[in-house]
Structure formats: structure tokens, C-alpha cells
Design a protein around this ligand. Structure first.
Ligand code: AMP
Ligand code: GLY
Length: 426
């Protein structure tokens, strides 16, 4: 089988690493890929934004399956373009990807089908939004409806913060047209849980539970990022909670999307808030999580390729996944300044020594080759991931590898997995 994987992040490196291990694959291409992915695939120097060029390239190479990693091309309709050509695609249609691409669509879908989510209103003008916020009081959450690279949700503790958020999104257009509409919703409390499942339009096969750390600072403080680290399994996700998430969220949403004429095919990621046994949906994503995919795929013993193929072709029924019982934990090493402005092009030292450590894998995100050297090329640069006998052991191994790697201004959180370790040691 010839597979084309679209994307260049840590998530895609983990997917490429896993796909490349499949005996079913004779050729794996990554578009555009990163420095790490060149070890397991042939990288294709095209932009993920140029659907027509990707179509042409796919046809010319006789690709059997295209796997779309990031949300951008899904929301732009790349899956539909490729399916029209008769190519199998892992990833939802444009209409189904709106579950991530439009928070207005997602909230209305939940409201129509009684899927639990925070109370909300939608605004297209700043004045009525501000009037509503003043009436509701703080804390309150303000979200640009469209895609904003994980930065479009602002949790406001004061009225002044809320006024700034509305101004930035609706007047200064910080996120461009993603801020044409704004969702203002109640602030929920609790512990966050990422719940991911493979879906073939109808059947739902849950993946191992995982949790990520979104805040930039130790102790989960500071600005939200795309994710500073993650671990799997999630101690929070008991068998009982898993069954309730399936019954209250996953089955209703998959059924609703099929009934409304846009069946969901691909991986559906529910960002949940769990508070005293109550489940609420914070968001849906139309793709694997980043960095959640790194620890999850390190634990997956089954071949990923037949699963991706089954999602693309509606044949997921009866399939199962074998998981390594050992926990895995990923620490993201990021450029100094991230999620704000940061430098690029800095040489990375110590990669080979870190990769030598047992049960450790270094997934690249923002990296590229510069001559013979690997240099930084993004905010999140590496996802250092380790398997351990316990979460504490995986954490220890991951940080030992992290400490072997260096570049100017490198930053990482020192406490990834602290809640899980605390639970483990309680
Ligand atoms: P979203 O892009 O909607 O997932 O939001 C990103 C992050 O903002 C979530 O992972 C939460 O940490 C936080 N968040 C979003 N919505 C809420 C909410 N209603 N209450 C509290 N925190 C939220
Ligand atoms: N780690 C959060 C996300 O992938 O959206």
C-alpha cells in the first residue's frame, strides 16, 4: 500500500513512525513533513494549503490511502477533493470537520441533540456580546468560532479581560475571519480529559484515554498553548466513565451527524470537562490530539494501518485495538517565548544521545534540516516520549532524555503528568 500522510507536527511524526512499522505499507510519503519524519518516510515539499497540487501529486503517484493529520486541510475540504478522485481518505469531509472548524455549528449541534456542553450565546457584534457578558458576570469564556490554532478560546477571570478579548477578536480581528462570530459560554470547572475514538461514519472504536497540559507554566498556570505535554492512560478515565462518555457524548454525536447528512469518518476528539462525575463537552476536534497522539501511539501494539483503512472505508465493525499496559508520557520541548513570538533556525544539540535511551522516542514537530544539522522551525519543537512501568517511571525516563537535548532558549514544563503521579502515589 502507498500512503500519503498530510502534516508536519509532532502528531504526524508519531503517526508516520507508527504507519511505517506496518507490513502493509511499501511506501510512505509525508507532506510536507519535518526533519524527524525523513527517517521513516519520503517528504514531499508541497504546501498543505494547495489542494489542487496535492490532488495532482496523489494521482501521479497512485496513492492508495491519504491520512490527513491537521484540521486546516480538513476544514478546507481536502478530504472531499481526494475522495472525488476515488482515493481512500482517513479524515472527515468538510461538512463533518465543521465540528471543529465552527464552534457555532458545534454548539448548535450539541443543543439540537442534548449533548452536554456549557450554556452559551453567539454574537457577531461586540456591543451585544459585552452587554451579555456584563449580565452573566465573570469568570466567562470567549471563543472565536473559527480555527485559531488552539488560541481562540479565552478564559476571562475579570470583566476587563473579557472586554479585551472581545476587542481583540471582534474589532482588532486577531484571528481574522475566525472571529466573524463569537461564542460566549459559561466557565466550567473540573478536570479536563481528552477522549478520542476512531469513527467510520457509524461505528465508534475508542482509543486509550489520555490527558494533556495546555497551560504554558508549571502547575497549569499561564497562557494556553497547543499542549505542553500529555500522558496515557488517563487515570481519570475509569471503565464506568468511558461507558458514560460513549452513551452521553460519542454515540449521540456520531448518530446525529449521520442523521443530518454528514457522517463522520476519521478520528473524533472530544475535549471534556469532568466535574464531580458530570461530563461536559468543551470542544470537538476533527483530528488526533497533539501531543496526545505521541504517548497514545507509543502504547498501541496493533497495526494502525488497517484501522485507518477501516475508518476510510466504513468497515470498522468488529475491530479491536491491543494496548501496551505500560503508561507513556510526552514532554514538549518548545522555543523560548512560545506561545508568543519566538526565534527559529536554532541548532538542536543532543538528539542522538537522547534517542539512545531505552523506551524513549523523540517525535519532531517544528524542526528542519539545515545542511547536516537539525534546527528549530516552530514553537513546539520536540515531543520527548517515554514508556515506563508507572507514570512516575515514564516521567523520569522522558525527563532524562529531555535533559540530554539543548538549544538556545529551550523551554519545557518540569511537571508533566503531576496529577497522574499524585494519583498513582496516593
Ligand atoms: P477549546 O478551544 O474550546 O477547547 O478551548 C481551549 C481550552 O480552553 C480548553 O481546553 C479549556 O482549558 C479551556 N476552556 C474552553 N472552554 C471552557 C469552558 N467553558 N470553561 C472552562 N474552560 C474552558
Ligand atoms: N492537545 C490539544 C489538541 O490537540 O487540541
Amino acid at each position: 500500500m502507498k500512503i500519503l500522510l498530510i502534516g508536519s507536527g509532532g502528531r504526524e511524526h508519531a503517526m508516520a513512525w507508527k504507519i511505517a512499522q506496518s507490513p502493509l505499507v511499501n511506501q510512505l510519503y509525508c507532506l510536507p513533513g519535518n526533519a524527524g519524519m525523513t527517517a521513516v518516510a519520503e517528504c514531499v515539499p508541497l504546501s498543505i494549503e494547495h489542494g489542487a497540487a496535492i490532488q495532482q501529486w496523489t494521482a501521479a503517484r497512485g496513492i492508495d490511502l491519504v491520512v490527513v493529520g491537521p484540521e486546516g486541510p480538513l476544514v478546507a475540504g481536502l478530504s472531499d477533493q481526494l475522495r472525488e478522485m476515488g482515493v481512500a481518505v482517513f479524515g472527515p469531509s468538510q461538512a463533518a470537520a465543521a465540528i471543529e472548524g465552527s464552534k457555532v455549528f458545534m454548539k448548535a449541534l450539541c443543543r439540537r441533540h442534548n449533548i452536554p456542553t456549557a450554556a452559551y450565546e453567539v454574537f457577531t457584534q461586540p456591543e451585544p456580546a459585552l452587554a451579555y457578558i456584563r449580565a452573566q458576570g465573570v469568570p466567562i469564556v470567549i471563543k472565536a468560532s473559527g480555527l485559531a490554532a488552539g488560541k481562540g478560546a479565552i478564559v476571562c477571570q475579570t470583566l476587563a479581560e473579557a472586554e479585551t478579548a472581545i476587542r481583540q477578536i471582534m474589532v482588532d480581528r486577531l484571528f481574522g475571519s475566525a472571529g466573524d462570530a463569537v461564542v460566549v459560554e459559561a466557565c466550567l470547572r473540573g478536570e479536563e480529559l481528552s477522549f478520542l475514538a476512531l469513527v467510520d461514519g457509524e461505528e465508534i472504536l475508542p482509543l486509550a484515554g489520555c490527558q494533556d497540559h495546555k497551560a504554558v507554566g508549571d502547575g497549569d498556570v499561564g497562557a494556553n498553548t497547543g499542549g505542553m505535554g500529555a500522558y496515557s492512560p488517563a487515570p481519570l478515565l475509569t471503565a464506568e466513565l468511558q461507558e458514560r462518555v460513549m452513551a452521553e457524548v460519542m454515540r449521540p454525536v456520531v448518530r446525529a451527524m449521520a442523521a443530518e447528512g454528514y457522517p463522520y469518518r476519521g478520528v473524533l476528539y472530544a475535549g471534556l470537562m469532568i466535574d464531580a462525575g458530570q461530563i461536559q463537552v468543551l470542544e470537538f476536534n476533527a483530528r488526533f490530539g497533539d501531543p496526545e497522539t505521541q504517548p497514545v501511539l507509543m502504547r498501541m501494539r496493533s497495526d494502525l494501518v488497517p484501522l485507518l483503512w477501516a475508518c476510510a472505508n466504513g468497515s470498522l465493525r468488529g475491530m479491536t485495538i491491543d494496548w501496551d499496559p505500560r503508561p507513556a508520557l510526552c514532554v514538549c520541548m518548545v522555543a523560548g517565548g512560545y506561545p508568543g513570538p519566538y526565534a527559529k533556525g536554532l541548532p538542536i544539540a543532543g538528539l542522538a544521545a537522547a534517542a539512545d535511551q531505552p523506551d524513549v522516542h523523540i517525535f519532531h514537530a517544528g524542526t528542519r534540516w539545515h545542511g547536516e544539522e537539525i534546527v528549530t522551525a516552530g514553537g513546539r519543537v520536540l515531543g520527548v516520549t517515554a514508556l515506563g512501568q508507572t507514570v512516575a517511571d515514564a516521567q523520569h525516563k522522558a525527563y532524562a532524555a529531555v535533559q540530554a537535548i539543548h538549544w538556545d532558549g529551550v523551554y519545557y514544563r518540569r511537571d508533566i503528568g503531576y496529577r497522574a503521579v499524585r494519583r498513582e502515589q496516593a
